[in-house]
Design a binder for this molecule. Structure first.
Ligand SMILES: [Zn+2]
Length: 230
């Protein structure tokens, strides 16, 4: 596979209230998924905004694109999907999972445990007929060149996917960072000592060095259409 074979899916938008943005203003955010034909089969990374309870709906005001419709826009159908990876199990990343029953859903064990606590996500999007979790305890290579790497931070069980393509690696970073610029700052923080900077330095995410070992040519995100390029 090649990097350009990883296709982005637009799965909707929501309005993040000012209380959560840190900027004092509300922000309209995109919800993106990714699909690629991999040595593991047709892999779908994140499935969109689920229907939440009344309070959550009122708080985020989501506009959804059904996963069926998003796949259709790129010439695919639900039946084509062989496996699902969710970066984490918040309601805005797993909305289409119930339509994908029977397929393996790759998830960190700690994330599923957390999702079974109250007030974390929408329970019906986690435990539905046909739900089949492949639970991971850390990093895993699920097929040749297809890696799942824990990237905790936003939540403890957050994970990212790396595809080692013929023309270089691409990281599906999900919500490891809200924006490509936040990733960029973190990646530079991880490289700062090697660049000759002396302490004190900002701390980098502990897993950032692991992802940079893949020498990614692209990093893409769940809530930012911007793409990081080294
Ligand atoms: Zn999210």
């Amino acid at each position: 596979m090649r990097i350009e074979d990883v296709t982005r899916l637009e799965l909707g938008t929501f309005v993040r209230p000012a209380e959560e943005t840190g900027t004092g203003s509300a922000r309209v955010e995109t919800v993106l998924g990714y699909v690629a034909r991999t040595p593991a089969g047709l892999l779908l990374f994140d499935t969109g905004l689920g229907e939440a309870d009344h309070d959550t709906e009122a708080w985020y005001r989501p506009r959804r694109v059904r996963i069926e419709d998003a796949l259709h826009t790129v010439g695919l159908a639900i039946d084509d999907v062989d496996l699902v990876v969710n970066c984490h199990l918040h309601f805005d990343h797993i909305g289409g999972n119930p339509s994908l029953g029977g397929r393996p859903i790759y998830c960190q064990r700690v994330e599923l445990d957390t999702a079974h606590t109250t007030d974390y996500t929408v329970p019906q999007l986690v435990d539905f007929a046909g739900a089949r979790y492949e639970l991971l305890d850390g990093e895993a290579q699920i097929a040749s060149g297809v890696h799942i790497i824990p990237t905790p931070g936003h939540v403890d069980g957050h994970q990212s996917v790396v595809f080692e393509c013929e023309d270089g690696s691409i990281v599906l970073a999900g919500q490891s960072h809200d924006t490509a610029s936040a990733w960029s700052a973190d990646a530079l923080a991880a490289r700062a000592p090697a660049l000759g900077h002396e302490q004190p330095l900002p701390p980098a995410s502990p897993w950032m060095s692991r992802l940079l070992e893949f020498d990614p040519k692209r990093v893409v995100f769940a809530h930012d259409a911007a793409v990081w390029i080294p």
